[in-house]
Write a protein that binds this ligand. Sequence first.
Ligand code: C2E
Ligand code: MG
Ligand code: MG
Ligand code: MG
Length: 282
Amino acid sequence: TAKANGRSGYAIFSPAQEELVTERRALERDLREALDDSGQFCVYYQPLYAARSRGLAGAEALVRWDHPVRGRVAPDAFIPLAEETGLIERLGAFVLNEACSAAVNWSVETLAVNVSAVELRSPVYAVRVANILMATGMSPRRLELEVTETALSDKDGHVQQNIQALKELGVRFALDDFGTGFSSLGRLQQLDVDRIKIDRSFVQGFGSENGDEAIVRAIVDLAKATGLKTTAEGVETVEQDRFLGSIGCDELQGFLLSRPLPRYEFEEILAGLQSQVRQNRI
Ligand code: C2E
Ligand code: MG
Ligand code: MG
Ligand code: MG
């Protein structure tokens, strides 16, 4: 134990732990540097499709980090650190600004952007979002902020104030990764969101013996009864797509339909749709 190892009673790190600490410090330093030279970050857009009409309904903005030495670092490897160090506030503002600048001229209903609980706790978060919306000309009604259940139930005064202020502007909220947290179907009615995003672990559990089809059907039914929209994440197979459509899930997102794309590739899809409309093909 720490006590036995060090007279002072402070924990002595094992070499393996030492390495983790050093690595973490290095990553934090790199994150700071990257935020100053923002060329390292960019935003990808994953298309969201209406399950029924098959039409393009919007896109979810997903940050990408191209580290000069490490190469592309996955969000799951740096978002938690960005949250712990507070750097997420700058990163989040960068993503929102990029995404709103891009989406302001897009002919799709929704731009979805992930928001961390840490950002929502900031007393100036709602004002920051409002300023970005104004500066870019993006309509608040087309912005959907994706939050987790932990963030939504945060008792910190600013969280609820921020959400309230943003709702008053017309910004929508979606509950991300539904089913992975403490969420229960019963709580759905209390959580005041516009949409729930069903976590991909359920979608990918279809066909197993866990009864994931029944769970997802119940989620969609209850959401409908409560007036919430539903999006299924991680749709990878035609079977998953068909089942989700058959139970009335509103929107689909996943590699089957499209991977997250760089801005210009997403805009090529939009341009393709427009030329189809012009040629009366759809
Ligand atoms: P998320 O918000 O749940 O985003 C969906 C994740 O699922 C994305 O991972 C996306 O690439 C991945 N995905 C989409 N379709 C499929 C599929 O069919 N199969 C599989 N296996 N995966 C699929 P990504 O981009 O690596 O992001 C991971 C998480 O990092 C996001 O999960 C979100 O929580 C967080 N994140 C990403 N960008 C941001 C950001 O700008 N701000 C914040 N706060 N968090 C972000
Ligand atoms: Mg999300
Ligand atoms: Mg998710
Ligand atoms: Mg997530």
